[in-house]
Design a binder for this molecule. Structure first.
Ligand SMILES: C[S@@+](CC[C@H](N)C(=O)[O-])C[C@H]1O[C@@H](n2cnc3c(N)ncnc32)[C@H](O)[C@@H]1O
Length: 335
């Protein structure tokens, strides 16, 4: 299979692979954060295990069933003939291509002829927006590594886990993408007209995203918010630290989000202090800012702290995270 992670977290991703699949071997590093992996026990067992319990740092996986030198005139019908029987014609598919290093062809030059050849050979409908089956192609030089899987088995529906969002004119910060991606990945359903607390809110990207989803937002940060947010009556700014707001006596919320620039363990302690101000049905989302060294220990320690009040519902190193991971929390039933 091909395995992808943020190059900055290569060691963590390969350790997750080693833990969950001790027989796996790295055959080749195609580029930093992208590996060709030998799986003696096959792709499906690991993919199914990770579908049920996703790793934090491995961002995307896809099987390799066929490796060939790409030739636009010859390869599409050949691949369709070789792999056609594996397609379920009832489930929409798409082709996702990534190119690595010096590759003359562009993803589009592969996606288009290959999708057409597969449609023709198998009658499977194409749906690039919501595919259930994905034919993944990783082009390394002239070599194409190709494999078919269910989208649910790739850890992300996006080629290489690269979830890109369109930039909006009103966008306040790049951090907005982080929250959009987290809402999607963790399938967070925001309550209608819910009350949200945004800790470490400035300049206000997350606050803007929550406001756009009809949440009443309390934004806590000693720093100023973007001027456009002060005109919105359903946003209030508490110009203070989260600790000061806690001392003041917070309201109760449906959702707490926390993107504070702070050690992950201190941030986790604060989340525990805020847990009594979350409704029983409430959820929380936070980023763990991670140091260069000892990241695994910091994560374990922060999880341990959080477990006093929360169940960890998900944790992923998202495409829009830099030196951090995003953690999704539910209030613990017995807390
Ligand atoms: C990465 S920025 C947040 C970006 C924000 N999520 C957005 O979308 O615009 C981190 C923020 O955490 C704030 N911060 C750091 N420590 C804090 C604390 N103890 N209480 C409240 N805010 C804090 C900083 O002032 C800074 O504005």
């Amino acid at each position: 299979m091909i395995l992808t992670a943020d190059p900055h977290f290569s060691d963590m991703a390969l350790e997750e692979l080693r833990q969950d699949c001790p027989t796996a071997q790295v055959r080749q590093t195609l580029e930093p954060g992208l590996w060709l992996i030998d799986l003696p026990d096959g792709f499906f067992a690991l993919a199914e295990q990770w579908r049920r319990q996703p790793p934090i740092f491995v961002r995307h996986i896809c099987p390799v069933m066929l490796t060939l030198a790409w030739d636009t005139a010859v390869s599409p019908p050949h691949i369709a003939a070789e792999l056609g029987d594996l397609f379920d014609p009832a489930l929409p598919f798409s082709v996702q291509t990534r190119t690595v290093g010096d590759t003359a062809v562009k993803p589009f030059d592969i996606n288009k002829p290959l999708s057409e050849a597969i449609q023709q050979a198998t009658g499977t409908p194409l749906d690039v927006r919501q595919p259930v089956q994905i034919l993944s192609v990783v082009m390394h030089g002239r070599t194409a590594h190709i494999g078919l899987s269910l989208a649910a088995h790739n850890l992300s529906d996006w080629a290489g886990g690269m979830r890109r969002f369109a930039r909006e004119k009103e966008q306040i910060s790049r951090a907005e993408f982080k929250l959009l991606e987290a809402i999607e990945v963790f399938e967070i359903a925001l309550p209608a007209y819910g009350r949200a607390l945004d800790l470490g809110a400035a300049p206000g990207g997350w606050t803007r995203v929550l406001h756009k989803r009809e949440q009443y937002v309390t934004a806590v940060d000693p720093a100023n918010l973007h001027p456009s947010l002060y005109r919105i009556r359903t946003i209030r700014h508490k110009r203070m630290t989260a600790e000061e707001y806690l001392a003041e006596g917070p309201d109760t919320y449906d959702l707490i989000v926390n993107d504070m620039r702070q050690d992950a363990r201190d941030s986790a302690r604060l989340m525990v202090d805020f847990a009594p101000y979350l409704y029983r049905h409430g959820t929380a989302l936070m980023t763990f800012k991670l140091p260069e060294n000892g990241r695994a220990n910091v994560i374990d320690h922060a999880f341990n702290i959080l477990s006093q009040s929360y169940a960890i519902a998900g944790a992923r190193q998202l495409f829009h995270n830099r030196s951090e991971i995003t953690v999704y929390l539910n209030v613990k039933r017995d807390a």
